[in-house]
Ligand binder design. Structure first.
Ligand code: GLN
Length: 493
């Protein structure tokens, strides 16, 4: 029999339904993989019993004929999602020991659909980062290695690096991620898996620890496009508890999958050809264009003229919103409290925040407070909001000429741990291709496109019109079928 941990979400769902294997066997196999993979530091909390209880419920549901859409599928949950009764820290010392008395809407929907939880996944602290090195509980190590024999430890991407490492190392068939400026897509690209950020508002933000509320979106990370479609269907939907939740029906994305792109126009934005882009990334992009043509699409060059302002705009708006969202961590309501002897209230706030937040989080709070301060508000924050509107308009104009856009996901393959951690600007540059669609709230996905000369995965990004997740998934499927990406990391852990 095949190794159960080699199965994806659809395989497990269908195999459990057909009685090919039991959900308990699947959960047991993944629980063992989680335990065996501890060297990767992908999990902050392991919840094997949770996975087993859900598996037993799935096996009972099969016997009584009422299987749910994800019965028998165990998943990893990024630690940004509050999980009832299970410690949730957003990988920050600030929330150490916080056990939510409620379940986030997104994780709750997955569990209600029959999924089990293998554990909570490590991430960049409060989802701020691109390499997972800002976690207060140690970085995640990518399961991938360069083929140069150097054995360097690589970044799994961020901020959903626990999710990407867990899925690519076969410790989970799928996982939740969140994407504020690329945190689903870039880690998916770094580890040779797929991930989709839906249109802003598709997934409820309720119970997901807030980073930058006008940008944050949940989405799935999995081995292939079909699995992403299945998970996204279960995660999406209107929620009255989130004022920005879209009150729209959830389309049947899995049923709608088709890799036939005849009659579709694929836009290639010329401004994404950035200075210093490695030739391998350019070659990957050309290969992606060839795949799209082969699938029947027409290729059109389009222009997104304000692309070069997207990164600075994002790094004003996201910290501004973060500084406001993170004001709630004051030592009174959740998690950590530092109360030095004889300290007054103000001193307690200061001591708690100095101790609880990591360096990157503090940097963002300071930048955010600065751009929102009385003297600088108009020069920075208001200006950034105006530029954001121009970026939105760029996309609207491009989508009069094409149906989806094709770009690389990241400007490089995975970099080494420690390589960029002392240089925030170099780290921020990693988000150059992912932040524009985040600012515009558009659905965007990364699918594996090939390997670089070092044997590391490279991702292609598809960006769609608002609400056209189907178009994005279908273009992703067209690439997946042609790229035939089967590479996986050798098991060294
Ligand atoms: N890397 C980006 C940042 O550090 C994106 C993070 C995210 O999408 N959560 O802000």
């Amino acid at each position: 029999m095949t190794n159960l941990t080699d199965l994806g979400v659809a395989d497990i769902r269908d195999g459990v339904a057909a009685g090919t294997f039991s959900a308990r066997d699947v959960a047991t196999a993944f629980n063992a993989a989680v335990e065996q993979g501890r060297a990767l530091n992908a999990w902050l909390v392991e919840t094997p019993d949770h996975a087993l209880v859900a598996a037993d419920a799935a096996d009972a549901a099969r016997a009584s004929g009422d299987l749910k859409p994800l019965s028998g599928v165990p998943l990893g949950i990024k630690d940004l999602f509050c999980t009832k009764g299970v410690e949730t820290t957003a990988a920050s010392g600030m929330l150490k020991g916080f056990v939510p008395p409620y379940e986030s809407t997104v994780s709750g929907k997955l569990l209600n659909a029959g999924a089990g939880m293998l554990g909570k996944l490590n991430m960049d602290q409060f989802a701020m980062g691109s390499s997972n090195e800002t976690s207060a509980f140690g970085n995640v190590v990518s399961p991938w290695k360069r083929n140069d024999g150097g054995n360097a430890a690589l970044a799994p991407g961020g901020s959903s690096g626990g999710s990407s490492a867990a899925v690519s190392a076969r410790m989970a068939p799928g996982a939740t991620g969140t994407d504020t400026g690329g945190s689903i897509r870039q880690p998916a690209a770094f580890t040779g898996i797929s991930g989709i950020k839906p249109t802003y508002g598709r997934c409820s933000r309720w119970g997901t620890i807030a980073f930058a509320s006008s940008l944050d979106q949940a989405g799935p990370m999995a081995r292939d496009v079909r699995d992403c479609a299945i998970l996204l269907e279960a995660m999406s939907g209107f929620d009255a508890k989130d004022a920005t939740s879209l009150d729209l029906p959830v389309p049947a994305w899995e049923k709608g999958l088709s890799a036939d792109l005849k009659g579709k126009r694929v836009g290639v934005p010329k401004e994404y050809r950035v200075d210093g882009m490695p030739p391998e990334i350019e070659a990957l992009w050309q290969q992606g264009i060839a795949y799209m043509k082969d699938a029947g699409a027409e290729i059109v060059e389009v222009s997104l003229p304000h692309t070069k302002y997207a990164l600075p705009t994002y790094y004003i708006i996201a910290p501004a919103e973060a500084s406001s969202n993170l004001a709630r961590y004051d030592g009174v309501r959740y998690g950590l409290r530092d109360l030095p002897d004889g300290a007054n209230l103000q001193e307690m706030y200061a001591a708690t925040r100095a101790d609880g937040f990591g360096a990157e989080v503090k940097r963002r709070i300071m930048v955010g407070t600065y751009v929102l301060s009385a003297g600088f508000y108009d020069a920075y924050f208001t200006k950034a909001q105006k530029v954001r509107a121009l970026i939105v308009r760029d996309f609207e104009h491009a989508f009069t000429q094409c149906d989806v856009l094709l770009t690389p996901t990241a400007p490089s393959a995975a970099f080494g741990l420690g390589e960029k951690s002392d240089d925030p600007l170099a780290m921020y540059l990693n988000d150059v291709f992912t932040v524009p669609s985040s600012l515009a709230g558009l659905p965007a996905m990364s699918v594996p496109g090939g390997l670089d000369t070092q044997g590391l995965p490279l991702g292609l990004q598809i960006i769609g019109r608002a609400l056209d997740e189907q178009g994005v998934l279908n273009a992703g499927l067209a690439i997946e079928e042609r790229a035939g990406f089967t590479a996986r990391p050798g098991q060294w852990w």
